[in-house]
Every structure is written in C-alpha cells, then in structure tokens.
Design a protein around this ligand. Structure first.
Ligand code: ADP
Length: 764
C-alpha cells in the first residue's frame, strides 16, 4: 500500500496525529520558554553541557556568581574550565570528583570552595545525554551552619542544663546535661511539661511569681529544688529567658540551669559550722568581739556575760567605752593604731562599775575587703592575777624559808651536805670541821667514796656501796645507814648517814645528806658489848667458882672429918694411925692453900696489896724453890732442872721477895700439876733492864683460844678436866696481879699435848 491509497480514516488519523504533534510542539515551545525563563531568572547558576561535556550555555546567575563571562566559557570543556578556575592544589581530587559526577552517578550536592565562596554543585543527566550543573552560592548558609554547629555544640556540651520550652512550659529541647541531672532522656522529656521536675517543696507562689515575670518578657533568675526521675532531690540555679520572634511575641523559653546541690550542701555545712562555732563561742569563757574602731559588729555571749550586760545592750555600741575604764582608752587606741597583736593586760569594767583584770589579744582581720575590722579576744584573768599574787607571796615565803634553811644548814652542828648527780655540791662548815679540811672547796664536787676509806666495814668497796646507797635514797625517798668516812689526815671514823631525796629550786632531785659522828657511840657500843661479854663470863666464872669452892673445901674437909673418925677406932696399928694423920694434914694444907688464895684474891680485889721492896738474891730464891719441890717432882717421876745465869754469879734485884716467891711457886706448882711425864725446867734470862723468868713443862698444854683466859679469876682451861686437877682457878689470876704489881708482864707459850712455858718479867 502507498500514500495515495490512504483511506479517509487513515488521513483523519494522520491529521489527528499531526494535530497532536503540533500541540506537543507548541507545548514544547511553551515548555522551553517556561524553562528558559527559569534558566535565566534562576538564583542558582546553571551550566549546560553537551554530551562531550562542552559548555553549551550558562545563565546570568552563573556569570554573576562566578564573575566568568559567557564568552569565556561557552564551548570549553568542563575539565578545562575546572583547570582554569580551580587552584592547582585541589585540582586532581576535584577533577576526579567532577568526572565521577558527570560521567557516573550524579551526586546530590558537591561543595566547592571557589575564591572566597562556597559553592554547592549538583549535576543532572538529561535524556539526550546532555548534562546540567546547578551551582548555588552557599557561602552564607554554610557560615550560618557553622555558627549554628558551634552554638549547638556549646549547648550540647554545656556543663549547664539547657532546656527550651514552648510558652506553656512544654519541653521542646533538652541537652545531654539535662539527662545527666534529671534522669530523663531527651526523647522522654520531649513534650512533657517542665513541672515534672517539681519536688513540691517550694511554695506555689514562687512559681506564680516566676511566670508573672516571664510573661512580661523579663528574664527570671532563681533557684529550684527539683526531683529527678529516680526521686533524687537537687538544687538548681536557674536563669529563664523568654525568646521572642521578630514581632516581639514570646515563642519559647530558654532555661539555663546550674546544679548547685553540692554548693548548697557546702553552704549548709558552712552555716552549720558557723552555728556550731557561734554556740561554742557563746559557751567559751573567753569573750570574742569583732569591731570597727570599737563599735561592736559581733561578739559572743561570754563577752556580754563577762561584763554583766545583755547582748542587745552592747550590739552596735562603742564597746571599748563601755567595758574599759576611761583612763585606759588611750592605751587601747594606741594598741589599735599600731596593730599591736600580742596579749596585754588591762583593767575591765563591768556594768555595775566594778573592775577586774582582763587580758586582751586583738588583731586586724579582713572581711569583705574591709581592713578596719579587728577581732579581739578578752579573757577574765582576775583569778590568774590573784594566783600570781599568791605565787609571789609564796615565792617570798619560800625565799624567806630558804634563807632560814640556809642559816640552819650553815649553823647546824651536824655536818649537812647536798649531793647532785652523785657528787657533793654543797656542805656546811660543820662538815669542813669534822673532816679537818680548810674549806668547802676541798669537799665539793667529790664523790662520797673519795672522802671514805677504800673499803667499808662490811668489806664492800666504798665507790660501789656509796652509789647503791644513793640509789636507794632516790628510790625510797630516804636511806639511813652507817658509813666509814675519812678525814683529811687519813683518820677513819664512823658516821650515821641520813640521805633524803628532795627537789631543789630547779625541780631537780638532789640528795640531802646529814652525818652524825658516831665514834663515841660506836666505842660505847663496843665497850658495852665487851662488858656484856665479861658479865656473862663473870656469871659463868662465878658458877664455876662456887662449884670449885664447894669441891675445894668439901674434899679436904671430908678427908679431915673422915680420917679423924677413923682415928677413933680402937686397936689401930701405929702405921695406920700415921697414915690417917698424914691424910688429915694434907687435907688441912690443901684447905689452907685455898683459903690463902681466896684471901689474897680478895685483897687484890680490894686494892689492899702492898709491895715491900727489898734486895732479893734471885739465884737463892730459885734454888730454894728447886729444893722445895724436888721431892714432889721426883715422886711423879719427872725430870726437874733449874737453869740460872750462865755466869753463875749471883744477881740481885729490888723487888718484893715474898711476892716473887709466890709467883714462882705458883707457876712451878702448876707445871707439876699439869705434867704427867717428861720434864720441868725453870730459871731466868737477864735482859737489858729487866729479868725474864720462865717455867717450862712438857705437860698437857693449853689450847690457843684459852691462853689469855687462864689469867682470869676462877678460870680453868677445861672445866670438865678440872675435876682431874684440883684447884680453884685463882692461882694464875693472883700470879698475874702480883707480876703487874711488881711492874712486870706475864705471858704463856703453849702447845696442846706438848707442854707450856710461862714467862714473866721483873724490872731489874
Ligand atoms: P688452878 O687452881 O685450876 O690450877 P690456875 O689459875 O693456877 O688455877 O690455873 C688456871 C688454869 O690454867 C688451870 O685450871 C689449867 O687449866 C691451866 N694451867 C695453868 N698452868 C698450866 C700448865 N703448866 N700446864 C697446863 N695447863 C695449865
């Protein structure tokens, strides 16, 4: 089929199609016109590129925005354009980006810094493959955005809670701090009314007042006691600012809130502590006062009480004038002027006019940068003052008594010393005199042992014992003991020492020492001991004597009486009679001896022995005695010899012949009596100005401890043995007394079981 064969229907259809085309063309032209006017009038810069990305056209906004003229740009490739207008530094990155934008996926908005502007570029691919780039100058909005970002960061990160509400108080915005403090997340808070935080502890009027201020468009500042989501209470310092629109209509409220819970707690703590301090200050005994030039700003109750006022009577008044007598005002103001800060004493005046001592201590304090305020402490020191007066009196009394003590110390007849740290540091004159030194200086600073012999009577070292005695005194307070001291001439003498620990004026413990010279007492004591011993001995001797006497008298008496009776027997032979008679004679003789001894002894005791001196031929005397005793010695079977002067010449001495005879007879008689075997020898030796007689035997001997006692009356070496040897124990006592009457001495040398030698001297 060809065109001529077209049916009417076909033609109508074609015509309709053409009409449609014309209509669509018209529409296209209209569209183009429409879009072109948009293109021309748009605020955004528009660049149209062909498929090869060459610039087809730019609109006036582009020219205005970039300052690039149409001629400069049309026909150029997008990339060369970029090269031309974009700084070399960013070029590769940007080119890459642009290439991607144009060739691949178009990107919504690409920001590009161009000169001092920020341009937002978006690209669009058209159906025919051409591209359009729309460029918007977003410099301003970018800046605003940055500013906003800064602000919102500030708001978001603020340490304060920031809340924005609408005019009804419904929350529109909260920052993270809000969540921290209240526990509500931003989402939870949104749309809620701010009163969800109300703790209910503040009166309704408080909020009414707030709304009144805010609704007038004024800023309101205050504090909220709020409650968190978890029920925790907290304090906030709040500033609420109404936000108004251009017309001045309030659209929102901005609340900036600071959590002051801790600050509040600290303030409360401070207040509590101030309260406590005030109460403390009121109960203290010290008056405290804060004043400016004497005018009381504050003071405690103790101060009012101290001066007899009510608090109200003093507040705001010039305190100095009230509580200090006029005559001291000058001192006070001087002290204030020179900022005198040490305590000083002054007189205070009570309301009733009475005065008393006070101590004032005062200094400037700085309160609210005011430098004229002084803090003053006032103490009632009347008691201290009177105590001081008492102390002074006591001190005077002490000094007086010290003086008296010193006098006593110096004048005491007994030596008194003071020991400090083990040495004598003081002593009186009596000490110096007793020790026979010339001055105190010879004694002071010496240890007690230096004024003592090395050893004490108990054998202990003086140094050690002295230290021990001092220690005991310090421990027990006192110590009394006997001590040997030594005088300057070396003479040792006993003292009784009394040590007393006392504290001296420096409160140091020292030892007060008193000595009492007990030489006389000691001697008396030892005399007494000796006397006592002697008395005891005498007592024993007396008993022994009585026993002896009874024996010595009874024995011969019995002999006499017994044998006299026997003589009466008829028919006795002559021998028998002679025997009896000789026993009677011997017994009589023995009794006579005893009686003679007794008489002689009592004469000696009574001091009635007299000496009659004659020229005595010694040899003759001795020979007489020898001959007299020879038969008796022979009878006992002993050797008997007389040893006389070797020269053989007779010597004569002036003495009592009868007594010398008695002495010798007695000694020889004893020798015979106490010797059973061996020999007896007696004689004399001539010495310078005396003659020494001796009687030596080989008898029983005398134990060493009795060689002295045998010369005492009634003494027998062994009281039990005495029964074996007759005798009254008087012989040697009489002998000794007689030797001494003649001006001589008697002694014995003896060994038990070996024999004894008695020596006695007679002056020539
Ligand atoms: P008495 O009458 O007991 O002999 P004396 O006074 O003559 O008294 O002697 C005192 C004591 O001395 C004697 O009892 C005896 O113990 C002792 N005595 C004296 N002479 C001797 C001596 N030659 N040998 C041993 N003992 C003696």
């Amino acid at each position: 089929m060809n065109g001529t064969d077209k049916t009417r229907e076909q033609l109508i259809e074609e015509n309709d199609q053409l009409k449609d085309r014309i209509t669509s063309l018209e529409k296209a032209v209209l569209d183009f016109d429409h879009y072109y006017s948009i293109f021309k009038g748009a605020n955004d810069g528009i660049i149209c590129f062909d498929k090869g990305l060459r610039v087809l056209d730019v609109n006036p906004a582009f020219v205005e925005m970039t300052g690039i003229s149409k001629d400069e740009i049309i026909g150029k490739s997008g990339f060369s354009l970029a090269k031309q207008f974009i700084g070399i530094k960013d070029l590769p990155r940007i080119l890459n980006k642009l290439r991607k934008m144009f060739l691949d996926e178009p990107i919504e908005l690409y920001e590009l810094n161009f000169e001092d502007k920020v341009l937002g570029i978006s690209t669009h691919k058209q159906i025919n493959g051409q591209r359009v780039a729309i460029i918007r100058d977003i410099t301003k909005s970018k800046k605003a955005e940055r500013e906003l970002k800064k602000l919102s960061t500030a708001v978001e990160q603020s340490a304060n809670t920031i809340v924005i509400t609408n005019i009804d108080g419904d929350i529109e915005y909260t920052n993270p701090k809000f969540t921290d403090i209240t526990g509500y997340t931003a989402a939870e808070a949104l749309g809620q009314n701010l009163r969800i935080l109300n703790s209910g502890s503040q009166p309704k009027e408080y909020y009414t007042e707030m709304w009144k201020t805010l609704s007038k468009g004024k800023i309101w500042k205050g504090e909220f006691h709020n409650k968190s989501k978890e029920g925790r209470f907290f304090w906030e310092n709040v500033t609420i600012t109404p936000i108004k629109d251009d017309k001045g209509v309030i659209t929102n409220y901005l609340a900036v809130k600071e959590d002051i819970t801790e600050k509040k707690a600290a303030e409360q703590a401070l207040k509590d502590s101030e309260d406590r301090f005030r109460q403390l200050s009121n109960v203290s005994f010290e008056g405290t006062l804060i004043h400016r030039k004497g005018i009381a700003i504050d003071f405690n109750l103790s101060l009012a009480r101290m001066f007899g006022y009510e608090r109200e009577e003093l507040l705001g008044t010039n305190l100095i004038e009230k509580i200090i007598p006029k005559e001291y005002h000058k001192t006070i103001s001087e002290n204030i002027n020179k900022n005198y800060a040490d305590p000083y004493e002054i007189i205070g005046k009570r309301k009733d006019g009475s005065t008393f001592y006070v101590e004032i201590e005062s200094r400037y304090i700085h309160i609210d940068s005011d430098d004229s305020i002084r803090a003053t402490a006032i103490r009632d020191i009347s008691e201290r003052k009177s105590a001081e007066r008492e102390l002074l009196k006591a001190k005077e009394r002490t000094e007086e008594s010290e003086k008296r003590f010193r006098e006593l110390f110096e004048k005491s007849g007994d030596p008194i010393l003071i020991i400090e740290n083990g040495n004598f540091t003081d002593c009186n004159q009596a000490t110096v005199d007793l020790l026979k030194y010339s001055s105190k200086d010879d004694i002071l600073n010496l240890h007690p042992s230096i004024l003592s012999p090395d050893l004490q009577p108990d054998g202990r070292k003086s140094t050690e014992k002295a230290n021990e005695m001092m220690e005991i005194a310090l421990e027990n307070g006192t110590n009394r003991f006997e001590w040997d001291h030594k005088k300057s001439n070396g003479e040792v003498f006993p003292v009784e020492v009394l040590l007393t620990a006392i504290s001296n004026e420096h409160n140091m413990v020292v030892i007060h020492v008193v000595w009492r010279d007990i030489t006389v007492r000691k001697k008396a004591e030892s005399d007494l001991v000796r006397a006592l011993k002697k008395a005891e001995e005498s007592d024993q001797l007396k008993s022994a004597f009585l026993a002896n006497m009874s024996h010595e008298i009874r024995t011969p008496m019995n002999g006499i009486l017994g044998f006299s009776e026997l003589l009466k027997e008829p028919g006795l032979s002559g021998d028998e009679k002679n025997n009896y008679i000789s026993v009677i004679e011997q017994s009589g003789e023995r009794m006579l001896n005893t009686i003679n001894d007794l008489i002689e002894m009592s004469k000696l005791e009574a001091g009635q022995m007299y000496v009659s001196i004659t020229e005595v031929n010694v040899k003759k005397q001795l020979e007489y005695i020898y001959n007299f005793f020879k038969p008796e010695v022979d009878k006992k079977g002993l050797q008997f010899s007389l040893s006389t002067n070797t020269s053989g010449s007779d010597i004569s001495i002036k003495t009592d012949e009868e007594k010398l005879y008695g002495i010798l007879t007695n000694l020889v008689k004893n020798a015979i009596k106490y010797t059973e075997a061996g020999s007896i020898e007696f004689g004399y030796h001539e010495k310078d100005n005396y003659i020494e007689f001796f009687v030596e035997d080989t008898g029983i001997g005398i134990p060493p401890d009795q060689q002295q006692s045998i010369f005492e009356r009634f003494f027998q070496a062994d009281m039990t043995k005495s029964r074996a040897y007759e005798g009254a124990g008087l012989g040697l006592a009489i002998t000794k007394a007689n030797v001494e009457l003649l001006g001589g001495r008697i002694r014995v040398e003896s060994k038990e079981g070996k024999g004894s030698t008695f020596y006695f001297t007679i002056p020539a």
